[in-house]
Design a protein around this ligand. Structure first.
Ligand code: SF4
Ligand code: SF4
Length: 494
């Protein structure tokens, strides 16, 4: 009996560490409590109660199989001692379970310091202007051959920020005229889809809904069967509480093989026949963007392309967007804030507060772009962002974007360019690491960044003792070794 009881307490403390601690970690990061599963809390509580009951039974002298308590057969002083020990054990067990949950988060605190509670969204104006209040979408554009009119500024929920979106803010986005939602199963480990699903109850018809061929655990790679692709979409439909999605993307596509994988196309055709999907898209922002995007346009199999696009993007990107538009492929722009470093730059307050709107206006000044998607999680961000809807770009916007470009030169990696990658003999994924660094420093998504870094096959350890043959490999003048060393210091947990 003593061993079973001890085992139960070990289980309880482990639940405290892994389940309750994980839950607290999400809350600390700013995730909407309503969007988190209560299962970790229930399991921890269950193991605690079970341990408590087993301890009491042990103190009473219960022996499994005997069906009886053997209290009478024990000397009184032995029973008292057992009760005392049991009482202490219960107290210690409860304290240890709680402490384990807190200890799990100490690591985060060491790394994130004062940022752990995410006091303010990182890309929101310092001071909201009165005229922004209650802004709504004022321009709708045609999404290529889908022939659907969508809001020029639309709702994203990217992996680094989607977990903070609340059902209320998503509903408010619909009420303010946003009618294009972009999500994916792996954004916040299905949290984004769950939240959208809840927010769309009774409003589904108002939304053009895009998700990805993907699972909450990650991307579907080469060798995925037709059935697995279909199951992935069926999982999305369950979480989104809908019978259909309007658009499904080949997610974060990095190779032409993945793009043209017959299995994904067969799965799409079957799902379309079943009325579960309507259009096929591809999202890409890897160094192979140009190859993948060109192949997508040539294949003529895709209705929509989602591309990283911002002021200062490489010139070929505008050509790709134009050619896509000529084939009537809808273009959705993402990562439009070019790292969103404006709040940490030497800009005056007005410039900092106008930066998001200037960026959006520039992206939308390209008439081949159907819409841009932006992750947001506060009502105030809707005010600020939607104020740019339907507005024209002017000279002051260009001047601000030019100034931003100058200030971030040498400090902002255009991850999809990848021109430095062949320079590293160790195969360090320079652009991926700098992307996680950006999530940490500029998006306020410290934990997601650290987790993303931990999941990379090759990290920046190799840069610590290296003669940096990559030193001149970046056309933007980024000091790659220095940045990677900083990233490693910032993103590793120990
Ligand atoms: S470090 Fe420079 S070369 Fe490498 S991906 Fe970033 S911007 Fe491109
Ligand atoms: S510092 Fe060395 S290991 Fe690191 S990216 Fe450059 S060449 Fe590769």
């Amino acid at each position: 009996m003593a061993r079973v009881t001890l085992l139960a307490w070990i289980l309880s403390i482990s639940s405290g560490y892994f389940l309750l601690g994980g839950h607290l970690s999400r809350l600390a990061e700013g995730y909407d409590p309503a969007g988190l599963s209560n299962l970790p809390l229930i399991i921890t509580l269950f193991t605690l109660i079970a341990s408590l009951i087993l301890t009491v039974l042990w103190a009473l002298g219960f022996t499994p199989g005997s069906q009886e308590l053997s209290e009478d057969s024990q000397p009184a002083h032995s029973t008292r001692r057992k009760f005392l020990t049991g009482g202490l054990g219960i107290t210690a067990g409860i304290v240890a379970t709680g402490a384990a949950a807190i200890v799990r988060n100490f690591g985060w605190y060491d790394v994130t310091g004062r940022h752990i509670f995410m006091v303010q969204p990182p890309y929101k104006a310092d001071v909201a202007k009165g005229e922004w209040k209650n802004s709504t979408v004022t321009d709708y554009r045609r999404l290529g051959r889908t022939d659907v009119m969508i809001s020029d500024i639309s709702l994203g929920s990217g992996s680094s920020t989607g977990g903070r979106q609340t059902v209320d803010v998503v509903r408010e986005a619909i009420d303010r005229g946003i009618n294009y939602f972009d999500t994916a199963p792996d954004y916040s480990e299905a949290g984004s889809e769950n939240r959208f699903g809840e927010a769309m109850i009774g409003k589904r018809e108002k939304v053009f809904l895009a998700t990805k061929f993907c699972t909450p655990k990650g991307h579907l790679g080469p060798g995925t069967s037709v059935e697995e692709y279909m199951q992935a979409v069926n999982g999305s439909l369950r979480r989104l509480k809908t019978d259909w999605v309007d658009l499904v993307h080949v997610h974060s596509c990095d190779t032409v093989d993945r793009l043209l994988d017959e299995n994904v196309h067969e799965a799409f055709d079957r799902l379309k026949e079943q009325g579960k999907v309507r259009f096929l898209g591809v999202s890409t922002h890897t160094p192979d963007l140009e190859t993948v995007a060109n192949a997508a346009i040539e294949s003529d199999r895709f209705d929509v392309m989602m591309l990283a696009y911002h002021y200062g993007a490489w010139p070929q990107l505008a050509d790709i967007i134009d050619r896509a538009a000529q084939k009537d492929i809808g273009v959705v722009a993402m990562k439009t804030l070019r790292g969103a470093k404006h709040r940490g730059l030497d800009l005056n307050r007005d410039e900092r507060d106008s930066f998001t709107q200037a960026s959006f206006k520039w992206v939308l000044s390209n008439t081949s772009v159907s819409c841009l998607v932006i992750s947001l999680w506060e009502s105030g961000q809707l005010d600020e962002f939607l104020y740019a809807s339907g507005k024209s770009l002017d000279e002051s916007d260009i001047a601000l974007l030019e100034k931003y470009q100058t200030l971030v030169r040498g400090n902002h990696c255009r991850q999809h360019c990848g021109e430095c990658l062949n320079a590293c003999p160790e195969g360090v994924p320079i652009n991926d690491i700098l992307r996680h660094k950006m999530y940490f420093e500029d998006f306020g998504a410290q934990k997601e960044a650290i987790l993303g870094y931990a999941r990379l096959d090759i990290r920046a350890d190799a840069c610590l003792a290296c003669n940096a043959v990559c030193s001149n490999a970046c056309p933007d003048g980024i000091a790659i070794q220095e940045q990677l060393r900083e990233a490693h210091k910032l993103l590793r947990l120990v």
